[in-house]
Design a protein around this ligand. Structure first.
Ligand SMILES: Nc1ncnc2c1ncn2[C@@H]1O[C@H](COP(=O)(O)OP(=O)(O)OP(=O)(O)O)[C@@H](O)[C@H]1O
Ligand SMILES: [Mg+2]
Length: 264
């Protein structure tokens, strides 16, 4: 399989040497070009899992392989887009996109690449602007162009549209699908929005918590563009919602009882 997680577990150890297991035994196989979304209650380990695929965090159990090579550190074959665009305010749009390419090609080549991807996200007109002159949605598009310019095999997106208004989010959904179809990337996409996950992905993986684990894996073969009033979309939304609600209630109940315990 293209991207393979086998028995992946993660335990953090705090300063008092207390272990905290986020999840264990995560098995997930992702095919090349697949668009996979991950949903799950806050704290179940979605970002941790994505960071491990990025190579920014290490697994404490199991292994993650990309094209049969174990992931041990960050690399140009995996591009990450975060909830906040994290751009450099002292660089213009184009220089933000070329920044990670430094040392791998000439400035001229990097600029040509940047221009190509800025065109793809419809920001050609703004390449000389500073990033603080752009709206949040435009900044997020710069972050996407920057990730794409590295030509990664896998695009890792952690709630990339979470901070945007609904209208902008819809526009970026359509752009992302177009880019995905054009570039044939494999996308692993974390979101809290069931609608977003179902609208975009080939597969929706639902995680549960305490302990973190995969509780469902839905394959979606509804043709795109997917409309919200499509009966299959509605049916799937309801199924995922029921699963998630159960998990979120579990977390809330536990947090509440911890809180009562603590205040005694
Ligand atoms: N570097 C770290 N050190 C210690 N604990 C951590 C670290 N990073 C994450 N955790 C813990 O691991 C758990 C999972 O965190 P993570 O950020 O992966 O959750 P998430 O599913 O992305 O949540 P959200 O939906 O709120 O973004 C949390 O309990 C968090 O406190
Ligand atoms: Mg997260």
């Amino acid at each position: 399989m293209f991207l393979e997680m086998q028995h992946v577990g993660k335990t953090f150890t705090d300063q008092e040497q207390q272990d905290f297991e986020v999840f264990s035994d995560i098995d997930l196989s992702i095919a090349e070009n697949q668009f996979v979304s991950i949903l799950g209650p806050s704290g179940c380990g979605k970002s941790t899992l994505l960071s491990m695929v990025a190579g920014l965090e290490h697994t404490t159990e199991g292994s993650i392989t990309l094209q049969n090579k174990e992931i041990k550190q960050a690399g140009p074959d995996r591009g990450m887009v975060f909830q906040q665009p994290s751009l450099f305010p002292w660089l213009n749009v184009r220089d933000n996109v070329t920044f990670p390419l430094k040392g791998t090609m000439s400035k001229k080549e990097a600029n040509t690449l940047a221009d190509h991807f800025l065109k793809m996200v419809h920001l050609s007109r703004f390449k000389e602007n500073f990033t603080y002159e752009l709206s949040g949605g435009m900044q997020q598009r710069v972050a996407i162009a920057r990730a794409l310019a590295m030509d990664p095999k896998v695009l890792l997106m952690d709630e990339p549209f979470g901070a945007l208004d609904e209208q902008t989010r819809h526009i970026l959904h359509d752009e992302l699908i177009k880019i995905w179809q054009e570039t044939q990337k494999t996308i692993l996409f974390v979101t809290h929005s069931i609608q977003e996950a179902i609208k975009l992905s080939d597969r929706v993986v639902v995680m549960g918590t305490r302990p973190g684990r995969i509780i469902a894996d839905f394959t979606i073969d509804i043709p795109r563009p997917r409309k919200r009033d499509n009966e299959h979309v509605i049916e799937l939304e309801r199924k995922v919602m029921d699963l998630l609600e159960g998990e979120i209630n579990k977390v809330l109940k536990e947090e509440l009882s911890n809180e009562i315990e603590y205040s005694r």
